[in-house]
Design a binder for this molecule. Structure first.
Ligand code: BG6
Length: 478
């Protein structure tokens, strides 16, 4: 493998997860139902994530992967010990909003939920692993969706602010790294899971989504403010589903379209990082008849509470074209939609594999924002085979990660400040997109199948030993 250099001494190597894809115990300890708890496995999963929900209760005959997930709720000590064995410096997890406020609008937080994360943080800190916490990762309490319409409603800002403040006060001695909304730009693509938006007939989709985006952006600003006030020295970031959009050809029309598609995502981060609506968005609103209701204090909230770092996920670059013939050839499995890039191989799930794109994306974000970056998701979803000698030979995963680490090292040498790297799903967990267990990202195999069968036993893969070496050598060759 290529030689990797350049990682700073205090580089935060680790792994990243989300409560709903990992914890299970979906109603234990007083937890309320969340949006993801109503997304079954199957072809209709994404249709629901698009905002077509027809019931606020789980239905008979459906299988909901989040309900048991990989049972981290009961097994976190064993799992954290395995992370520690790999030498993790940090671990990214999200807090399930509905463990803390089961309905979202409760007067008082749920103590059992608060205690669970206290125990998890204590366990991490015992092993010198820094927690990196996402406040909301695709799981809005269902009650807030049913009664208030999710993030369509401005009242959500108050509920979120109270939730975030509760976390900062409770965990201020334990958590230094925070992020507000996971992949905030996903709101435009999967409005139900992240923002609890159920689209009604006759609603102007863009109007609804951008109004909801405004509410989330204000809520994010208020959370940044509270974090800075309550936990001096803490760092709080945004989180972007990143991946630079390439023009398919040098035709200026293609280049412009690629820029516009990038801006669909950058719009959120421009506001969270620079503190104001960009001119290109104002024009887009004007030309599309979108009118955002704002309060007089909103502009100040955004301007005065920008984020400390730019967290982002990177799985692949994207590609676009204005040529209708080329557009017919898009890749599978990517909610953003992308023209197939003839220079890239794809994963089993059709996602492009583009290590160089990580360097490009890092440089692009660095040039645009001039703030430290945190790569909080990256990895290869693949089918693994558990061998008789109780291991998994996942050389393909090592190859994928190694090539990305090499480009990350290049980006650092380009002058990009990167705080850390957390690969997605260091332990196999439920896929957000497909609901499958079969789409595995982990260094640790979990014996669990798509239909919920399996012992839940944990097994170290080849990549487990490889990643342990990478961390021990701080990215240098061994
Ligand atoms: C990101 C999400 O979009 O991609 C994660 O933040 C998700 O929640 C990850 O799991 C990988 O996607 P998938 O569909 O393979 O699980």
């Amino acid at each position: 493998y290529e030689k990797l250099t350049a990682f700073p001494e205090d580089f935060l190597w680790g792994g990243a997860t989300a409560a709903n894809q990992l914890e299970g115990a979906y109603l234990e300890g007083g937890k309320g139902l969340t949006t993801v708890d109503l997304i079954p496995i199957g072809d209709h999963r994404l249709n629901i994530a698009l905002g077509n929900l027809d019931s606020y209760k789980p239905k008979e005959g459906e299988f909901y992967p989040s309900h048991e997930a990989i049972d981290f709720y009961h097994r976190y000590k064993e799992d954290i010990a395995l992370f520690a064995e790999m030498g993790f410096k940090c671990f990214r997890l999200s807090i399930a909003w509905a463990r803390i406020f089961p309905n979202g609008d409760d007067a008082e937080p749920n103590d059992a939920g608060l205690k669970f994360y206290d125990d998890v943080f204590d366990e991490l800190l015992k092993h010198n692993i820094e927690p990196v916490v996402t406040i909301c990762h695709f799981d809005v309490p269902v009650h807030l969706v049913e009664i208030y319409g999710g993030w369509k409603n401005r009242k959500m800002i108050g509920f979120f602010e109270k939730y975030a403040k509760t976390l900062f006060i409770r965990y201020k001695g334990k958590v230094k790294y925070w992020m507000t909304f996971n992949e905030i730009n996903m709101l435009l693509h999967l409005p139900y899971i992240g923002a609890g938006i159920v689209l009604q007939e006759g609603e102007d989709k863009q109007q609804v989504l951008y109004q909801a985006a405004h509410h989330e952006l204000i809520a994010s600003g208020l959370a940044v403010k509270a974090c800075h006030e309550i936990i001096p020295g803490a760092q709080i970031g945004c989180m972007l589903a990143a991946g630079t959009v390439y023009p398919y050809s040098p035709n200026p029309e293609d280049v412009w379209k690629a820029m516009e598609e990038d801006r669909n995502s950058f719009f959120f981060i421009d506001i969270q990082s620079k503190g104001a609506y960009p001119g290109y968005t104002k024009r887009f609103f004007r030309e599309n008849g979108i009118q955002i209701e704002m309060k007089p204090e909103d502009a100040d909230i955004l301007m005065q509470n920008t984020v400390d770092f730019i967290g982002f996920s990177y799985y692949a670059s994207r590609c676009t074209s204005t040529d209708p013939e080329i557009l017919k050839n898009s890749t599978e499995g990517n909610v953003f939609g992308s023209v197939k890039n003839p220079y890239l191989q794809v994963s089993e799930w059709g996602w492009g594999i583009d290590p160089k794109g990580l360097r490009i994306t890092c440089n692009q974000l660095h040039d645009r924002y001039g703030k430290p970056l945190f790569i909080v998701e990256n990895g290869l979803g693949a089918t693994d085979v558990l061998l008789e000698n109780d291991t998994v030979d996942d050389d393909y995963r090592i190859k994928y990660l190694n090539s990305h680490f090499a480009e990350m090292a290049e980006a650092i040498q380009d002058g990009v400040e990167i705080l850390g790297y957390t690969s997605w799903g260091p332990i196999d967990l439920v896929s957000a997109g497909s609901g499958e267990m079969k789409k595995r990202y982990g260094y640790i195999y979990v014996d669990r199948n798509n239909d919920g069968t399996g012992s839940l036993r944990r097994v170290r893969k080849s990549s487990f030993h490889w990643y342990k070496d990478v961390i021990a050598n701080n990215g240098a060759q061994y």
